[in-house]
Design a protein around this ligand. Structure first.
Ligand SMILES: *Cc1c(COP(=O)(O)O)cnc(C)c1O
Length: 416
């Protein structure tokens, strides 16, 4: 009981940048209702200006010698990636398919890097030909890349993806430390390099990515300090002055009741302090931060229409035309341990007085109890035809969901 109370009392974060006019939620000045009537539901809508603002605001607080890369797996919509390419310093991709998107985005291939386990030969060849940096994940991959480079008489630009010998304590999703599919164990890297021919390799950098969805400043600082120390000691041990060190990022956004947004001023101060120091110790190094979610999540909404409203044994259900097949993480099935509600609204009934609110369960159209959009959520009283809007949906939505499940239509994607 007390647990439930604490949950409802926790503040619910809603992103800035979405205005309300005559009870209608607006995206980039357009009513969600008009977009729904025009495009049909369900759909994702992204406000490019909010993505741009996020990049600009971040750059303003970071040391000016730091490059910001966009990790496109967060949202690889080609039109959005092409816009992002104009604002960030580089793009990070995680597959041959994403590499195709990055290569037509307008960014110089010089500033693309390619990470991810199980890169196939055709993907490595594509990277070689394009001249992008391959973040090498294992000794085997390095050998394959080296022989492909020789075969095509094309030098390979590489960075070592390092599996650090520390673990990020309170990251939402750990990607480094302990045994991991990602990267080369830090302690084995100097030794490994001695056994591999470097004739066709241009060793350019290190890539240390420790985790994702981090909302705690102290954990971000700890990860940053450990990352910089590891980069320094590897550089010393291997006798290489790296051109660039990709220090990851993993900055999070608030999703659930009680989550608080990062304070950009504080984040900037922390990076200023540690990167300025590291820059003195490794003067020739280009530091790179790579971010996905933090740059795009808050600029996106998912919109679905109420198709049915029903009562069942004391509960009110809104059944919608969209759900977990479009937005897996909203349903709580994308790495979450406990299902919690994303911030929600009724897009065509904004500024409703509290006495006209109703507590509802919101579900999607799939025949599985996993298809949930909201549990016990208090919203303006909604009827069939009204529009449920899900905030914080610009990252890990459209392409991170099992769209073919149950054979429904895919959602549209609208970039404003
Ligand atoms: C997924 C991923 C990212 C992006 O993580 P976010 O939490 O979206 O910022 C960055 N780098 C690598 C290597 C990744 O796998």
């Amino acid at each position: 009981m007390t647990d439930k109370k604490a949950k409802t009392a926790a503040p619910i974060y809603k992103p800035k940048g979405f205005d309300v006019k005559q009870r209608q939620l607006l995206v980039a000045g357009q009513a969600v209702q008009s977009l729904a009537d025009h495009y049909g539901t369900p759909f994702y809508v992204y406000d490019h200006a909010l993505c741009q603002k996020r990049v600009v605001d971040l750059k303003a607080v970071m040391p000016d010698f730091t490059h910001i890369h966009y990790a496109i797996k967060a949202n690889p919509m080609p039109d959005l990636v092409a816009k992002m390419a104009g604002w960030v310093d580089g793009l990070d991709v995680a597959s041959g398919g994403e590499l195709d998107v990055a290569l037509v985005s307008g960014i110089s291939p010089k500033n693309i890097s390619f990470a991810g386990p199980a890169k196939q030969d055709w993907e490595l060849e594509k990277a070689l030909k394009a001249g992008v940096v391959v973040n090498v994940e294992s000794a085997g991959e390095l050998r394959r890349l080296s022989s492909l480079a020789q075969k095509h008489s094309q030098r390979a630009r590489i960075a070592f993806r390092v599996n650090p010998d520390f673990e990020l304590k309170s990251s939402g999703m750990k990607m480094g430390g302990g045994p991991k599919p990602f990267g080369i164990d830090a302690e084995t890297l100097p030794e490994m390099l001695r056994d591999i021919s470097q004739k066709w390799l241009d060793i350019e950098g290190l890539h240390i990515f420790t985790g994702s969805q981090n909302l705690k400043l102290s954990a971000i600082e700890e990860g940053l300090v450990n990352t910089l120390n590891l980069a320094k000691s590897l550089s010393r041990e291997m006798g290489i002055s790296f051109k660039h060190v990709n220090i990851g990022g993993g900055l999070g956004v608030p999703y659930f009741p009680g989550d608080l947004p990062l304070d950009l001023g504080e984040v900037g101060a922390l990076y200023q302090k540690h990167l300025n120091k590291a820059k003195q110790e490794m003067p020739g190094v280009q530091f790179i931060m790579e971010l996905g979610r933090f740059l795009v999540a808050e600029a996106g909404l998912y919109v679905t229409r109420v198709v049915d409203k029903k009562q069942s044994r004391g509960k009110t259900f809104l059944a919608c035309d969209g759900g977990m097949h479009h937005h897996l993480s909203l349903s709580g099935n994308f790495g979450q341990i406990v299902r919690r509600n994303y911030p929600l609204d009724i897009a065509n009934k904004m500024t409703t007085p509290k006495q006209d609110f109703e507590t509802v369960d919101i579900v999607g159209p799939l025949c599985t109890p996993l298809d949930r959009l909201g549990d016990n959520v208090s919203l303006p009283r909604a009827e069939v035809g009204d529009l449920v809007v899900v905030y914080q949906s610009g990252a890990y939505g459209f392409t991170a969901s099992p769209q073919a499940f149950l054979g429904h239509q895919p959602p549209k994607e609208v970039l404003l």
